[in-house]
Design a protein. Structure first.
Length: 305
């Protein structure tokens, strides 16, 4: 049985014991309601670290006042099973009081630029809550490595930037998105979907696949790629777009063209019934050589090929 500890003192003691035995320490922060995507993170962490801490904490400060904090699924028994599948050494499941003893903090981490656009524009204060709680967890556990999903692409960028800016002594690793058979990115929030909504939710990954295929087939205009995303999602009447964007994969700033030396990413937030779902896909790399060749191709195409 994996030990579950609830206080900062206990988790610090547990990590101290592991370290005194010469073990390296990894951290996988989660909000619980664990699924196969989380298990993948835990496995990746276990492959690189001797001692794996999984934190389970539904962090109130990253939810807006009208968001799903109170109804967010809490499934600790099931989570224990998932944690043991992945190879967890100890679970840190603090109470809100343990993390916020006076009810609020006076110190917060802000990552301006990255955290006020896209998800951050739709959910003001969200990344301030995420960055702050992740920094607290890193300070409490003190891991060598910490694992995050690429599913939350912008979150991963925010955390990487915070770790670099503040010289945190931890290696941040990203893990590719784990999907259901029809392409839907696994998410704790998929539990909100009814059967028909669940089918409709596959439109997000379908739209991303179309965008990737268009770039592979030579599309370079981000405006047109955006249009491909929008029209596919709008074809599903149960889906409502929050945003559908193509951006620089490092800065998340808007891009006019796919290509050059900047990698592009397509990012979606879509409401399907009661669930707000996000997903993303890196667009294929377009080398400078391809672009030069395209620019030199006459409008009628190449002859003699
Ligand atoms: P959450 O519990 O939703 O806050 O997620 C905890 C961690 O799991 C975050 O780093 C997420 O990006 C990651 N994660 C969530 N869903 C997936 C997925 N489908 N594939 C890979 N990682 C995921």
């Amino acid at each position: 049985m994996i030990p579950v500890v609830a206080t900062i003192e206990e988790i610090r003691q547990s990590v101290r014991n592991a370290r005194s035995n010469g073990r390296t320490v990894g951290l996988v922060p989660t909000m619980g309601a664990l699924h196969e995507g989380h298990v993948r993170l835990i496995r990746a962490c276990r492959e690189a670290a001797d001692f794996v801490v999984v934190s389970i904490f539904v962090n109130p400060t990253q939810f807006g006042p009208h968001e799903d904090y109170s109804r967010y699924p809490r499934t600790l028994d099931d989570d224990l099973r998932r944690c043991s599948e992945g190879g967890t050494s100890v679970i840190f499941a603090p109470t809100v009081e343990a993390m916020y003893p006076t009810g609020s903090l006076s110190t917060y981490v802000e990552v301006p630029g990255l955290s006020d656009i896209l998800e951050g524009a739709s959910r003001p204060g969200h990344f301030r809550g995420v960055a702050t709680v992740v920094l607290k967890l890193l300070n409490i556990v003190g891991p060598d490595l910490a694992y995050f999903g690429e599913k939350d692409f912008q979150q991963l960028l925010v955390i990487r930037r915070m770790a670099a800016d503040l010289d945190l002594p931890v290696v941040i690793r990203g893990v590719p998105t784990v999907r259901e058979a029809d392409g839907l990115a696994m998410s704790s929030r998929n539990r909100y979907l009814g059967p028909e909504e669940r089918k409709a939710a596959a439109v997000l990954s379908g739209a991303l696949r179309e965008a990737v295929a268009a770039v592979s087939a030579g599309e370079r205009s981000t405006g047109r790629v955006r249009q491909i995303l929008r029209s596919r999602i709008e074809s599903e009447y149960r889906a409502r777009i929050d945003y559908a964007e193509v951006a620089d994969a490092t800065t998340l700033q808007p891009l006019d063209e796919v290509g050059g030396n900047r990698r592009a990413v397509a990012l979606l937030a879509v409401r399907v019934g009661p669930a707000r779902l996000i997903d993303n896909a890196l667009l294929p790399e377009v080398s400078d050589a391809d672009q030069v060749a395209e620019k030199q191709t006459p409008p009628g195409g190449r002859h003699g090929e």
